[in-house]
Design a protein around this ligand. Structure first.
Ligand code: ATP
Length: 272
């Protein structure tokens, strides 16, 4: 099995309370939560629910987190795979992985499938350098699966990407990924909310309250994604531990932020 499954034996313990900011995205996704909680209500009214939602945003903005929280809120199983896991050198493997994934999700419906980095399989077919039949097979199988289940089968397919513009138009047709939800880098208020979540488990020095730290760090971190903010909090704690301190203070976060920013710049240099 090449995908991860959550929420089969025990409930998913991630919900909207764990996702800071992203108010618009949460509002849009609420409709899927309502549907997955009570598919019958929609069926009885003859409503056709959207099958798929594309979560579009820069790396680390919480696409995976939001999709998993949707499953947590609805109380349904979550099947996750990365588009890059489909890219295989053996013919037929990608397509058969897609088939297995959909089959299992249907057996456990209502459920959510999440495909991270959909662009790895969903790139425009004519844009692929030199043609790549195996990627085509995988994409075709994905289209077949999405068309093959009736709208009332209560499997919702979500996919994450930071490059909607390179996706094959076939994926965006009605009945496939027909909803597009945008996730942006957090503004100062959202950074403060995200920091509150990730500072909470830390032992902070009592120079400032947790809210005080969150406010201060939010001011110092324009351009940081949610993932980078989470990383900053953890690096701050590691910095304090290295100095054998009993609590984390502002200086530790400043040292950590240089490391997080340094890491960013290095990775930008490596992947310009
Ligand atoms: P990628 O495009 O790299 O796959 P992503 O958009 O799927 O990234 P996630 O994997 O969901 O991003 O985010 C990574 C981690 O960053 C989360 O597990 C969480 O700890 C933190 N994070 C990101 N966004 C938020 C947010 N809005 N609120 C709280 N934590 C967040």
């Amino acid at each position: 099995q090449n995908f991860r499954v959550y929420g089969l034996d025990k409930k998913i313990d991630v919900g909207f309370k764990d996702v800071a900011g992203l108010h618009e995205a949460k509002k849009e996704i609420m409709e899927f939560v309502e549907f997955l909680k009570n598919p019958k209500k929609y069926k009885n009214l003859g409503a056709r629910m959207p099958k798929g939602a594309l979560l579009v945003g820069p790396p680390g903005t919480g696409k995976t987190l939001l999709a998993k929280a949707t499953a947590g809120e609805a109380g349904v199983p979550f099947f996750a795979i990365s588009g890059s896991d489909f890219v295989e050198m053996y013919v037929g493997v990608g397509a058969s992985r897609v088939r297995d994934l959909f089959q299992q999700a249907r057996e456990k419906a209502p459920s959510i499938i999440f495909i991270d980095e959909i662009d790895a399989v969903g790139k425009k077919r004519h844009d692929r350098f030199g043609g790549n039949d195996e990627a085509d097979n995988t994409l075709n199988q994905l289209l077949v699966e999405m068309d093959g289940f009736p709208t009332d089968s209560s499997v919702v397919v979500m996919a994450g990407t930071n490059r909607k513009d390179i996706l094959d138009e076939a994926l965006l047709r009605p009945g496939r990924f027909d909803r597009c939800i945008e996730l942006n880098l957090p503004d100062i208020e959202a950074r403060e909310e995200i920091l509150k979540i990730h500072l909470k488990p830390l032992t902070l020095s009592n120079d400032m309250t947790l809210d005080g730290y969150a406010k201060r760090l939010a001011e110092l971190t324009p351009g940081f994604s949610g993932a980078e903010l989470a990383n900053l909090c953890n690096e701050g704690a590691i910095t304090a531990a290295r100095k054998d301190k009993e609590s984390v203070d502002q200086i530790d976060f400043e040292v950590a932020s240089e490391r997080v920013i340094g890491g960013l710049e290095k990775s930008k240099k490596l992947n310009p």
